[in-house]
Write a protein that binds this ligand. Structure first.
Ligand code: HEC
Length: 164
């Protein structure tokens, strides 16, 4: 009498697995992230205390330009009269999640001008090397990550894990 129950359970598990594989998106944690045929380990789980610390630091150092709600400045794709661009959003609508941790750390530490600015295209993103420690920057990045959707989170992790 135990067998049919066990078989039914196995069948159910297989069915759920197949449904997830066919129709569902893999959860943000626990599954390898595969892009362009390259698999990377599952997206790391964020630590709530670290995210909360990052939120406080973000409010102190970043919100005045990038917005209290990560919304960025209005018309952020249109250059200002001095040739710089307004501060972009850090949420899913921006392009922060396109960059690996290494690139983001570099921009935050050395500032936009040193990393990608030029005479034609100056950057107004300040350098925070004197203000924020490495641990502070990690906490801020964790806070930003906590606000991204699954696909943005997976893409950014894939960029980070493949060493982009
Ligand atoms: C004085 C305003 C100002 C402050 C304060 C500021 N930023 Fe920026 N930031 C900018 C501007 C303007 C840009 C766009 C510069 C460009 O692309 O030329 C930018 C761009 C960026 C970028 C690159 C674009 C992207 O989305 O990948 C990152 C990352 C970034 N900022 C992170 C931060 C973080 C984190 C903080 C707080 C520690 C911060 N910024 C504080 C103005 C600011």
């Amino acid at each position: 009498m135990k067998r049919p129950g066990l078989l039914a359970l196995l069948g159910l598990l297989l069915g759920v697995g197949a449904a997830v594989a066919l129709f569902g998106r893999a959860p943000a944690t626990g599954q390898p992230v595969v892009l362009n045929g390259t698999a990377v380990p599952p997206v790391p789980t964020l630590v709530p205390e670290q995210v909360a610390r990052g939120a406080t630091l973000y409010a102190q150092s970043c919100a005045r330009c990038h917005g209290a709600n990560l919304e960025g400045q209005p018309n952020w794709k249109v250059r200002l009269p001095d040739g710089t661009l307004p501060a972009p959003p850090h949420d899913d609508t921006g392009h922060t999640w396109h960059h690996s941790d290494t690139v983001l750390r570099d921009i935050i530490t050395r500032g936009g001008q040193a990393v990608y600015g030029s005479a034609d295209s100056p950057s107004a993103m300040p350098a925070f090397s004197g203000t924020l420690s490495d641990a502070d920057t990690t906490a801020i990045l964790d806070f930003l990550k906590s606000r991204w959707g699954t696909e943005q989170r997976e893409y950014q992790w894939w960029m980070t894990a493949t060493g982009k």
